[in-house]
Design a protein around this ligand. Structure first.
Ligand code: KG4
Ligand code: ZN
Length: 335
């Protein structure tokens, strides 16, 4: 049975994981430099890159040891590494390290698209899941609705035309004077708020599957300027309801339009309580399997990269040592 080491360094998480040919996670280690970025209200690329340089070696060694492998001469069959999209300096640290490990250990490596990695997260929980699956892939950098007919076979139905959903959460949180990242804090405040307190628009109500969150962010700014008396929890609840409403409307439209067996969530915003509840309810309404990976597998991790690498290695073979990082690599460009 093949064993793959995955490496992920596209943003602020430095992660390594070992996954076997049955998508069984043998180890998964995640470190984050988020504490260094908080004061700046967002990830500072230069700081993230430097943090990967110091953290990656120990993280890889720990992932190998946790999987019962010798960190100096691990019995692995391949290495999978995120080669895009992401922050160029951060990607280069992971990619260069992966090439060095591959040369030193005499094993092949494969470059993986980070977004395709997110799509493999549900498979880690349920390797025999039934296809096709509709996935909302929502994170700080991306928001897409994807139809998957099998592992590695995906069609992007729509994506955001401006901000990502997580980006909107982070920007609104900043406007409200909350910490970074803003998603978890707004989600927590929203629990005790009144979602009808502010009248906010639901964007992109037309028939296509594209998304938009920039107008909603501006609407929150305008509404809170006009009604400063509205409590923070009520603002959070109103905003959260508008984000979930847009995403769930699109997912409902896709369920009605395509023949599917299941629905899934992926990306950091998949941790959102309203979205998880809404997707679960849609699954029940349409009698579809509902795949909600654990929070650790929804946010950036290397197990999903190892899993995607396992598939890519089998389908396309190893990557050449001339492979470079692709900071803007689109999911639709992955063959
Ligand atoms: O996938 P991720 O860990 O990193 C990338 O962007 O690739 O996602 C991070 C994003 C941040 O924007 C954060 O605010 C958002 O996920 N997030 C949430 C929640 N937890 C994290 N957004 C809404 N509700 C949450 N509970
Ligand atoms: Zn991500």
């Amino acid at each position: 049975m093949p064993v793959v080491l995955g490496i992920e360094t596209s943003c602020d998480e430095t992660a390594a994981a070992v996954v076997d040919g049955n998508y069984h996670v043998l180890s998964s280690v995640i470190e984050s430099s988020i504490d260094q970025h908080r004061v700046f209200g967002g990830v500072v690329p230069e700081l993230a890159g430097r943090a990967h340089v110091t953290t990656l070696g120990p993280v890889v060694a720990r992932a190998l040891a946790d999987a019962g492998l010798d960190p100096r001469h691990p019995a692995i069959d391949a290495l999978a590494v995120t080669s895009g999209p992401g922050l160029i300096g951060s990607l280069l640290v992971g990619l260069s390290a992966a090439k060095a490990y591959a040369l030193g250990w005499g094993v092949p490596f494969v470059g993986v698209n980070h977004l395709e990695g997110h799509l493999f997260a549900p498979l880690l929980d349920q390797p025999d899941l039934e296809w096709p699956v509709l996935t909302l892939l929502v994170s700080g950098g991306h928001s897409l609705i994807v139809r998957q007919t099998g592992p590695g076979h995906h069609q992007v139905l729509g994506e955001t035309i401006d901000d990502a959903a997580g980006e909107a959460y982070d920007k609104v949180a900043r406007w409200l004077g909350l910490g970074y990242p803003g998603g978890p804090e707004i989600d927590r405040l929203a629990q005790s708020g009144d979602a009808a307190a502010l009248k906010l628009p639901v964007s992109m109500t037309g028939s296509g599957f594209d998304l938009s969150f920039s107008g909603l962010k501006t609407a929150v700014v305008r509404a809170t300027e006009k009604h400063p008396e509205v409590a923070l929890g009520d603002v959070a609840a109103s905003f959260q309801a508008a984000v979930a409403e847009q995403l769930l409307r699109k997912l409902r439209g896709a369920i009605e339009h395509y023949d599917v067996a299941g629905v899934a969530l992926a990306g950091g915003v998949a941790a959102n309580s309203a979205l998880r509840a809404g997707v679960r309810a849609l699954g029940e309404e349409f009698a579809l399997a509902c795949h909600l990976p654990s929070i650790e597998m929804c946010t950036d991790n290397a197990a999903m990269i190892a899993a995607a690498g396992l598939f890519r290695f089998g389908a396309d073979g190893p990557s050449p040592f001339t492979l470079s990082a692709s900071p803007n690599w689109q999911l639709a460009e992955v063959s």
